[in-house]
Design a protein around this ligand. Structure first.
Ligand code: UD1
Ligand code: CA
Length: 458
């Protein structure tokens, strides 16, 4: 393929979103729209990507992690004016062609962009434009053709006469241009239209008038070309992308019981034969292994999970676990937690910034924070690591095979030796040696006949 640079328009405010955030930062399927478009341009083979920013430009720049170049459009004077700002970066560059995409069309597929580039390069055309036939073309620019079907121009909704507005073939705002032809035409664009803007779309009538080759390429699925201008359209786009992700996972051997009630971010990876029950939200860089059963109602973000794990009603973020673990229901796994293999975490357990060794059990009602737990430890019901002294956090160490009795408070910093026991209800403030039993509670005393005869009337 030819070397093609991508230019992404992201300077507009997006007035119709009614938002303080720039439109292109609104997210679809866990990614901002502009990042989604950058990603697709990369997949289509564009190695160089230039993003035009303007409205809250610094916010847009901060939100983009990909290695792109930025150009500022200080005043938003239209899409043609926006693209003109890239001239210093593209003039004399090695790329002969440029792909121009709006930052608000997140559903475009890489194959579609490749088709558009291919049409332009193969025919040595000055431009190709992706068009779509829409049942309701309202709001889009229309593709105007002559009696013979050859393209003449693009007319914006606000400038169109009734005959032009009756056309259902629209401009998707996605183009490939030969760089020199683009800028030569852009310099001739004027702003004598209803919006007083410099329209990128006016380049087409200029090129056609000059007898240059312009190729309209009709999109196979118009759904892909949705331009998001409102929150309603944002939710439509989100729905389409989520479905795409879920179907991809299904095709790779993952079962999703109810796709309408499962939300999986685009960067999430899931191994074969894993099953997702309804009510799952998997976000960020989450990786789930093979043969896991996730859900119902599990919300994880930046979470790594091995194979053969079973999670129900778990909320986990920025933490990891190995293989064959069970967690839930109602478990909270907090950042910097590392769980080994064959661990059992039962209901109402919270674990934070802790390492849990293999085969350990935390079956019910436990708070475990800032702990280094060995293997085959049993932490009884209601036990707590007392990790905070009101000022600083301290760590608790629990050796292999230790048995923490029910309702033990482990007041950190404290270490429990291997195979040691703590008696139920103990408050442990000093280290416990290996193999010892620590009893840290007052002895029981029974007071005979303490209840007065007349305490109860009946
Ligand atoms: C544009 C097209 C229209 C097409 C539609 C497809 C023009 C004149 N019209 O209209 O033919 O059918 O997209 O979705 O191009 N932007 C800037 N700087 C500006 C103005 C806009 O960067 O000065 C950016 C916006 O952030 C947005 C994109 O360009 O990402 C499109 O702008 P928008 O105002 O949404 O154009 P439409 O009216 O939808
Ligand atoms: Ca738009």
């Amino acid at each position: 393929m030819e070397d093609v640079a991508a230019v992404i328009l992201a300077a507009g405010k997006g007035t119709r979103m009614k938002s303080d955030r720039p439109k292109v930062l609104h997210e679809v399927c866990g990614r901002s729209m502009v990042e989604q478009v950058i990603h697709t341009a990369g997949e289509a083979g564009c190695r160089r990507c230039i993003v035009i920013t303007g409205f809250k430009g610094q916010d847009v720049r901060n939100a983009i992690c990909e290695p792109v170049e930025f150009v500022d459009q200080a005043e938003q004077m239209g899409t043609g004016h926006a693209v003109l700002q890239t001239e210093p970066l593209l003039d004399g560059a090695r790329e002969q062609y440029v792909l121009v995409i709006c930052g608000d069309t997140p559903l475009l597929r890489a194959e579609t962009l490749q088709g558009l580039i291919d049409a332009c390069c193969r025919h040595h055309a000055s431009a190709s434009v992706l068009t779509a036939v829409m049942e309701n073309p309202n709001g889009y620019g229309r593709i105007i053709r002559d009696a013979g079907g050859a393209m003449k121009s693009i007319v914006e909704q606000k400038d169109g006469n009734p005959d032009e507005l009756a056309v259902h073939e629209v401009n998707t705002g996605t183009y490939c241009f030969e760089v020199r032809a683009l800028f030569e035409a852009l310099h001739q664009v004027k702003n004598d239209n209803v919006q007083g803007e410099y329209y990128l779309t006016d380049v087409f009538s200029i090129l056609i008038r000059e007898g240059q080759t312009v190729i309209p390429v009709e999109a196979k699925s118009p759904e892909e070309t949705l331009g998001v201008n409102s929150r309603r359209q944002l939710s439509e786009a989100d729905h389409v992308l989520r479905r795409r992700k879920i179907f991809e996972l299904m095709d790779s051997g993952v079962s999703v019981i109810d796709p309408d009630h499962t939300y999986i971010g685009q960067d999430v990876k899931i191994g074969q034969d894993s099953i997702l029950y309804p009510g799952c939200i998997l976000e960020g860089s989450t990786v789930i292994g093979k043969h896991c059963i996730i859900g119902p109602n599990t919300h994880v973000c930046d979470f790594r999970c091995g194979n053969f794990c079973r999670l129900e009603s778990v909320y986990a973020h920025n933490c990891s676990m190995g293989d064959r673990n069970e967690a839930g229901p109602f478990v909270h796994l907090r950042p910097q937690t590392q769980i080994g293999n064959d661990v059992k975490i039962g209901n109402f357990v919270e674990i934070k910034n802790s390492v849990i060794g293999d085969h350990s059990k935390l079956p019910h009602l436990i708070y475990c924070g800032d702990a280094d737990m060995g293997s085959r430890v049993n932490m009884g019901c209601g036990s707590v690591t007392v990790n905070f002294d009101g000022n600083r956090k301290h760590r608790t160490k629990i050796g292999d095979h230790a048995f923490i009795g029910c309702n033990t408070n482990l007041v950190a910093p404290v270490a429990i030796g291997q195979r040691a026991f703590t008696a139920a209800g103990s408050t442990i403030t000093r280290d416990v040696p290996e193999n010892a039993l620590a009893v840290g509670r007052s002895r029981q005393k029974n007071i005979e006949n303490w209840v007065q005869k007349d305490t109860y009337k009946e």
